[in-house]
Design a binder for this molecule. Structure first.
Ligand code: MG
Length: 216
């Protein structure tokens, strides 16, 4: 588990130095601070982050779902790309992380777009339709417990939340790695899957990447 003091210092710095209501400013201050301070924060960061930016820009989801909010970097990053009237839902297991992420998203002015849901993905996914009036999800950003990637995508499918053209964008598929997920999406006839090579945030020497998988 991450040292929460680091998260507090990152978010504290952002709130002191970024422009309130300006997601671009929030991301710039976050990226500058984390790279200069070599913070060991496991958020997606700017390089892999921009690969997923392109996936959002290409697919223009009306309903997006994030698995794992952490301190809110990705909710700000992708919340800023959501078009008017669309919704970004983020499931976070840790009440502590959820509070920090909520606070940051509010600071960035994205509270109308981003809805946080506290709980485990296992408990929350089956009640998304009923409790949040979600028919299906257009784009899923997967960045929580690496052992849950595969069961949660199967769960989304079994709950009828995936439709033709739904896109999964999974972070950290090489580092720390999600081998069973990769094997699943690459071999399943339900998906067509593509790997985008990159490196770990602020660690160019460590290979990582994003797996994009489109539901057929
Ligand atoms: Mg990640």
């Amino acid at each position: 588990m991450e040292n929460v003091t680091d998260i507090d210092s990152i978010v504290g710095h952002i709130k002191k130095n970024a422009r309130k209501g300006d997601p671009e400013s929030v991301l710039k201050v976050a990226d500058d601070f984390c790279s200069k301070n070599a913070r060991q924060s496991m958020h997606i960061g700017p390089e892999k982050g921009s690969i997923v930016d392109d996936i959002f820009r290409e697919h223009k989801p009306k309903i997006a779902l994030e698995l794992g909010a952490y301190w809110g970097y990705s909710a700000v990053r992708y919340g800023r790309l959501m078009e008017p009237g669309t919704k970004y839902f983020s499931i976070e297991f840790s009440p502590r992380f959820l509070q920090v992420a909520k606070d940051l998203v509010e600071f960035a002015g994205l509270s109308d777009v981003v809805t946080f849901i506290e709980g485990s993905s296992e408990d929350v996914i089956p009640r998304l339709k009923k409790d949040y009036n979600i028919d299906s999800v257009d784009l899923v950003f997967i960045d929580h417990d690496k052992t849950l990637y595969k069961p949660d995508v199967i769960r989304l499918d079994e709950c009828g939340l995936l439709k033709k053209g739904s896109v999964m964008a999974a972070d950290n598929v090489l580092c720390p790695g999600a081998p069973d997920y990769l094997e699943y999406v690459r071999s399943s006839p339900k998906f067509i899957s593509t790997f985008y090579e990159s490196s770990l945030n602020y660690r160019p020497e460590i290979k990582d990447g994003i797996e994009k998988s489109v539901y057929l």
